[in-house]
Design a protein around this ligand. Structure first.
Ligand code: CS2
Ligand code: MG
Length: 412
């Protein structure tokens, strides 16, 4: 079974997506997600210029060998563009292997370790009443676990708040197509860590008073704090029993996590911008985190995601794969198959794609009562409608960035 054709498809139904489609000489097709939010064309070009020529004629059954070949033969290792490209090839080959075997990919990874997978959704509101409405709305959609983000007094526009924008008809409720904005330049948002640190515990106190102690609550710090500030936030949130505090620091300074860890028992999740198993190496070995936030798409695909989770299992660290809408339905399916198969599944972020995206990508995945399942179609269970995809050409879109009150650029 040889790879005969490799196509890179860029489409922008609700947002930009980069998809690799491989076709074998016996007519099987496989899809892989290579979407890198705000830098999509760099990955599309890496794939078409440098990877596609290497794939034609290769044995489609050799997933591990192809991964190692693309990783090692490039000499220049890691980085989001390279790893998203390798991820797309890896996923597409798993998709093909599943179809060849007549089995969903999770069967090839060891079979299901559970019946269904708990998901969490994103509730947000600039003020508490909007936030409470958003939490109730998510409960109505079936979510049992909810991420909570709010505005901060004095700050006009910050990460994670639906009331900044939102979908037509869904303003103030969903945050699904955030945060990349179509347009020639990135939007500027504002930030003040001291105001944030004072405000967030009052929000969680209010949410617990309104909704009770039971519901798992999550929060994303989005890389903005120093280790000391993160330690302080973790400590001040302890009474509200968070499921996790995510990306409390930028995490390039991995040693900084030791300080956070020594000061708080709030569980920590990190890794949505990590690209390889090695980025997690010391964080896992030193047990500085509780959840692996990698996404199959930015992490080199299904093969390395399974490996990092097996390593994490030795330290009781669980999965919490990155699932925003900038992971395409293909990348999302890929990590659902991993999540169903591994023993140390934790939770899956699920923001829900829009109708146009769902028309481009036909999906076997299901979401019911707050739980996900990848479905039982052979392969990943996702097919791409090329006619639909062709309706939506690429549109320039950038993620926002932050400036402090004095004009300094800050982590976004
Ligand atoms: C986020 C993302 O889902 C999350 O936890 O941190 O919304 C992130 O901002 C985007 O994926 C950036 O592309
Ligand atoms: Mg995040």
């Amino acid at each position: 079974m040889r790879i005969e054709k490799a196509e890179v498809i860029v489409t922008s139904p609700d947002r930009n997506f980069v998809t690799l489609k491989l076709t074998t000489d016996d007519g099987l097709t496989g899809l892989g997600d290579a979407t890198l939010n705000g830098r999509e064309l760099a990955v599309a070009s890496y794939l078409s210029e440098h990877v596609v020529p290497l794939l034609i004629g290769r044995d489609a059954a050799q997933i591990e060998d192809t991964w190692q070949f693309l990783y090692r033969s490039a000499y220049w290792r890691r980085g989001p563009v390279t790893m998203a490209s390798i991820a797309a090839v890896d996923m597409a080959l798993w998709d093909i292997k599943g179809k060849a075997a007549g089995m969903p990919v999770y069967q090839l990874l060891g079979g299901a370790s559970r019946d269904r997978m708990m998901a969490y959704g994103h509730a947000s509101g600039k003020e508490l009443p909007e936030l409470f409405d958003s939490i109730r709305h998510h409960q109505e959609l079936g979510y049992r676990s909810i991420r909570v983000q709010t505005g901060v007094p004095g700050l006009e526009s910050i990460y994670g708040i639906a009331s900044n924008k939102g979908l037509p008809g869904n303003e103030g409720v969903r945050y699904d197509h955030e945060p990349a904005q179509r347009g020639a330049l990135p939007a500027q948002e504002d930030w003040d860590t001291r105001s944030y640190l004072r405000h967030v515990p009052t929000v969680f106190e209010a949410v617990r008073n309104e909704f009770g102690p039971e519901m798992p609550l999550l929060h994303d710090g989005h890389h903005r704090m120093t280790p000391l500030q993160a330690a302080k936030l973790g400590k001040s949130l302890e009474p509200y029993d968070l499921f996790w505090l995510e990306d409390c620091t930028p995490a390039e300074n991995q040693e900084g996590l030791r300080l956070v860890r020594q000061h708080t028992t709030t569980p920590l999740a990190i890794g949505e911008i990590f690209n390889t198993v090695w980025d997690f190496q010391s964080l896992i070995k030193e047990q500085l985190i509780d959840y692996v936030r990698a996404a199959s798409t930015h992490f080199g695909g299904i093969s390395p995601l399974k490996k990092v989770m097996d390593y994490a299992a030795m330290y009781q660290i669980r999965s919490g794969f990155h699932g925003p809408t900038d992971i395409s339905p293909v990348g999302f399916a890929a990590q659902l198959h991993v999540g169903l198969a591994i023993h140390n599944y934790g939770i899956q972020e699920y923001m829900q794609h829009g109708d146009k995206t769902n028309a481009v990508f036909e999906q076997a995945m299901t979401f019911a009562d707050g739980y996900l399942h990848p479905g039982n179609k052979p392969g990943l269970g996702v097919e791409l409608d090329t006619d639909e995809a062709g309706k939506y050409p690429y549109e320039t879109a950038y993620l926002p960035y932050n400036r402090l009150a004095d004009g300094t650029v800050h982590d976004w």
